[in-house]
Design a protein around this ligand. Sequence first.
Ligand SMILES: *Cc1c(COP(=O)(O)O)cnc(C)c1O
Length: 390
Amino acid sequence: MKIIYTDNNATTKTADEVIEEMMPYFGELYGNPSSMHTFGDRVGKKITQARKHVADLINADPEEIVFTSCGTESDNAAVHAAISAFPQKKHLITSTVEHPAIKNLFAHLAKEKGYKVTFVPVDRQGRLNTNVLYDSMSDDTALISLMWANNETGVIFPIEQVAKRANEQKILFHTDAVQATGKIEIDVKKTGVDMLSLSGHKIHAPKGIGVLYVKKGLKFSPLLIGGHQEGGRRGGTENTAFIIGLGKACQLAKENLGVMNTRVKELRDYLESQLLEKISGTSVNGELDNRLPNTLSIGFDAVEGESILLLLDRDGICASSGSACTSGSLDPSHVLMAMEVPFKSAHGTIRFSLSHYNTQDEMDAIVRNLVPTIEKLRAMSPFWKDGKMV
Ligand SMILES: *Cc1c(COP(=O)(O)O)cnc(C)c1O
């Protein structure tokens, strides 16, 4: 069966060009880039090139790029560096809608290490309450960490504005830009962030490679203490093939940014308008005109997201639910709960996240599947009577 893949915020297809670029470095070009001989240095030169491609995508300098094993490691390394730089400061700021890589790390620091954490709330549209954020900033704040864009709703946070305030008060600012990268323009110089995380597998590189951007001059304590790799900021022999693959993926992401914001956005908007038009009791989650171009979080009243996913799956359509039911909890996702999306709509929320590999035909196939699927599920739902939610 042909797969229709619309779960790109969970992971992406590794681009063929990326795989091709990586292959020699699994085989004949196995040298260690830190070696003194020409054989190893051939790999070293290629890594230098990859580092430049990554830097170019976010307007950083190559020396500011630290390769890690994933987005989660980048987030952990950033937080570790901040609290090590200011051991006397015991306050941290983040939002209520972060990825678990930040959310659970901050909860851990609060519970186990005595940190006071401000989780800044969002409104019904997923917009950050900057007043609460600014009011909570103090001399005791070691770090502000905010995601650039939300993985579930695609809502974009005012990173430049918050980074400016953080800089003025001399508070370190980190952003998890894992979802924003390759979808909207990222410029670390213009924005003035101190640290930024990105992940390979969200931008058509393989799983298991990430980046932490560290602004020049920042005092940095590595999470992995070891050799002098990555300028002493991350020990461990370089994951050569994956770094080279990520370099290629960043090059492609830069080229595809236009397509993402035209053709992919048009596909997303088409899918959204078709579903809103053809299925009653349907609502889109998140600030409509301030979202990633590829993301659609859409709630169908009075049905279970899991049931929708199972029926979509039978037709080879891959999407994701906004709910954590599959992991044993009956609560909707923490993001939708933080936005106070009504329970019966949050429970029936599906996330479609597109890439430039998607087509118009695929969007039509999803609409053709979903219209009868929702009808069928609502016929069985105790919360749906006479064409509306009860
Ligand atoms: C996927 C994701 C991560 C984690 O990246 P990994 O490479 O899977 O560890 C972190 N933050 C956000 C916003 C993500 O979407």
